[in-house]
Ligand binder design. Structure first.
Ligand code: MG
Length: 160
């Protein structure tokens, strides 16, 4: 069995006039994340963790924001594309674990829905997906509610 690990991180700024998507779930809030796609920082972190695990291009190289095809695109579609790359290389997901860092809105009530959403997008069992929610204890840019950040780590495996 070959086992590989991957790590991903992403951060987007909170801006007016955008819907907030985290892990493919629309979260009710007065602001959303700004970016070229729907700016779902959790999905972007998961994509980068998967791409790192297969030593692939990073998400910015794979889906450049200079490419109009990715304007306003649902990050779920990007994650599905990345999962195709992982499966093409013969790997299965052992598990994925994530952290969302948001001062506001409170993410805890949505953790289960986000796990469900990620597992559906990735085509894996929900018990292989971890989602943890934290604040930044009021410190720094995240603490001032200027953005939301996410970390993700994945373990992938294939038979030799
Ligand atoms: Mg991003």
């Amino acid at each position: 069995m070959e086992t590989r690990i991957g790590l991903g991180y992403d951060l987007h700024r909170l801006v007016e006039g955008r819907k907030l998507f985290i892990g493919g779930v629309e979260i009710p809030y007065i602001k959303g994340l700004g970016g070229h796609s729907d700016a779902d920082c959790l999905i972007h972190a998961v994509c980068d963790a998967l791409l790192g695990a297969i030593s692939g291009a990073d998400i910015g190289e794979l889906f450049p924001d200079s490419d109009p095809r990715y304007r306003g695109v649902s990050s779920s579609e990007l994650l599905k594309t990345v999962m195709d790359l992982v499966r093409k290389k013969g790997y299965k997901i052992s598990n994925v674990d994530t952290i969302i860092i948001a001062e506001e809105p409170k993410m805890s009530p949505f953790k289960d829905e986000i796990r469900e959403s990620l597992s559906k997008i990735m085509g894996i069992d929900k018990d292989r997906v971890g989602v943890k929610a934290k604040t930044n204890e009021g410190l720094g840019e995240l603490g001032r509610k200027e953005g939301i950040a996410s970390f993700a780590t994945v373990l992938i495996q294939k038979e030799r």
